[in-house]
Design a protein around this ligand. Structure first.
Ligand code: FAD
Length: 470
């Protein structure tokens, strides 16, 4: 194999950070090898994260629409049912096609792909245990660690992926649980809770913190929580799980108020533990070559993605920063640009975040709480989708656009959108933020009618002046 040839760049991990870095490196003319242990490319995101979750969110949404919305639109069925194996098969097909697609991109860009578990033996050599039982040494002038993250369990809770599942198990349940308890009200828990809730599970979300999705703008979060509650999701906030009892028939959780107090119990058929993710560096041999990590195991890098060991870089979920696929990709491109002698840049203040429930919640820039904390004088412009003609026309008008702009200059500081397609709408705001636009800049751009995007224009008008339609 070409594994023993000298590479300019060796990437360990084939997730959105690693595979994008590998393709970009090859495009920049660098001889590149990517090592991945999973057997397929695409990492957490493609195999057990972003993509399968969005497949199931879409399928379950279609069922929910069929049972809750179609009749209002004059579309009637005699019966509707969920075929869970077929739903899972469509998800699996999407994943398989996309992972194979990345293999195709590797071939097209001449990235050498080595399957197996990579371990450092020196800062420029990685030994790989390949699936056929052999060991091959891959050498590189520059090595990028893109080993990503793994599910974090909670003390006293053992994930068996049957009764007590991580997001990975929750993406592949063989039956619809009657009662699903979700531990952790972050976006992964709410997305997976939505999937199963829409097709019949009773969902209770237990969260230690006083709020769901702690990074969200408080006002938007309130509306979001109300919306999820209307859909039947129950929340037990400021509550901790102190015991878990698994039996043949289900799980019994013992709960306690976060601040201490009387215990209660809660029964579930399945418990989803979605209490965060942890950087994955097991068996990588970081200590052997002296790469520094922080208290929670994240690899420390400088603004060029270089670790303290010359020639060794790190990107994506395994370094500090938002644990998101698009952030990992940005890291990957910028890191490789530095290696190639160019300049790379990632603006971590402008990474959009999206919760893909229905409605979706998307944001970019600062929340109102963050703006307040900065002590900046600001204005808020809001526009509800109830006053947006397209949202009314399609009878899906829950949500709002909220823009925060600096009072003196009208410069946009943050944009928060709750809408069915907020994850798509947010990029207009991301561009505005990137170009230091004022909210008047957005308001004066002609927006097509009738579109949901008009709500962003109207919220921009409301920030420095008055909106038209409310
Ligand atoms: P990973 O994707 O984790 O990839 C790392 C890869 O490295 C893995 O394939 C692993 O097998 C491999 N590897 C590790 N160690 C070695 C080794 N020693 N040798 C060889 N290979 C190794 N993010 C979003 O932006 N949008 C979403 O909608 C979204 N939804 C999500 C839903 C779920 C259920 C989950 C769990 C995550 C979701 N995420 C989402 C987060 C996203 O998946 C991660 O941020 C992203 O995958 C990080 O990319 P990465 O390349 O850093 O690491």
């Amino acid at each position: 194999s070409s594994g023993s040839d000298d590479n300019d760049v060796v990437v360990i991990g084939g997730g959105p950070g690693g595979y994008v870095a590998a393709i970009k490196a090859a495009q920049l003319g660098l001889k590149t090898t990517c090592i991945e242990k999973r057997g397929t490319l695409g990492g957490t995101c493609l195999n057990v994260g972003c993509i399968p979750s969005k497949a199931l969110l879409h399928s379950s949404h279609m069922y929910h629409e069929a049972t809750h919305a179609f009749a209002n639109h004059g579309v009637k069925f005699s019966s509707v049912e969920v075929d869970l194996p077929a739903m899972m098969a469509q998800k699996d097909k999407a994943v398989a096609n996309l992972t194979r697609g990345i293999e195709g991109l590797f071939k097209k860009n001449k990235v050498n792909y080595v399957k197996g578990y990579g371990k450092f033996i020196s800062p420029s050599e990685v030994s790989v245990d390949t699936p056929d039982g052999a060991t091959t040494i891959v050498k590189g002038k520059n090595i990028i660690v893109a080993t990503g993250s793994d599910v974090k369990s909670l003390p006293g809770i053992t994930i068996d992926e049957k009764r007590i599942v991580s997001s990975t198990g929750a993406l592949a349940l063989s039956e619809i649980p009657k009662k699903l308890v979700v531990i952790g009200a972050g976006y992964i828990g709410l997305e997976m809770g939505s999937v199963w809730g829409r097709i019949g599970s009773e969902i209770t979300v237990v969260e230690f913190a006083p709020d769901i999705v702690p990074t969200m703008d408080g006002e938007v979060r309130k509306q979001f929580q109300r919306s999820l509650e209307k859909q039947g999701m129950k929340f037990m906030l400021k509550t901790k799980v102190v015991g878990v009892d698994t039996s043949e028939n289900g799980v019994k959780l013992t709960l306690e108020p976060a601040a201490g107090g009387d215990q209660t119990t809660l029964e579930a058929d399945v418990v989803l533990v979605s209490a965060g993710r942890t950087p994955f560096t097991a068996g990588l041999g970081l200590d052997k070559i002296g790469v520094e990590t922080d208290k929670i195991g994240r690899i420390l890098v400088n603004e060029r993605f270089s670790t303290n060991v010359p020639g060794v870089f790190a990107i994506g979920d395994v370094i500090p920063g938002p644990m998101l696929a698009h952030k990992a990709e940005e890291d990957g491109v910028a890191c490789v640009e530095f290696i190639a002698g160019k300049v790379g840049h990632v603006d971590y203040d402008k990474v959009p975040g999206v919760v893909y429930t229905h409605p979706e919640v998307a944001s970019v820039g600062k929340t109102e709480e963050q703006v307040k904390a900065l002590g900046v004088d600001y204005r808020v412009g809001k526009f509800p989708f109830m006053a947006n003609s397209r949202a009314k026309a399609i009878d899906d008008a829950e949500g709002l656009v909220k823009i925060l702009a600096e009072k003196e200059t009208d410069k946009i500081l943050g944009v928060h959108i709750m809408a069915p397609n907020a994850g798509e709408l947010i990029h207009e705001a991301a561009i505005a933020l990137q170009y230091d636009a004022s909210s008047e800049d957005i308001a004066r751009v002609c927006h097509a009618h009738p579109t949901m995007s008009e709500a962003l224009k109207e919220a921009a008008m409301a920030t420095y002046d008055k909106p038209i339609h409310i």
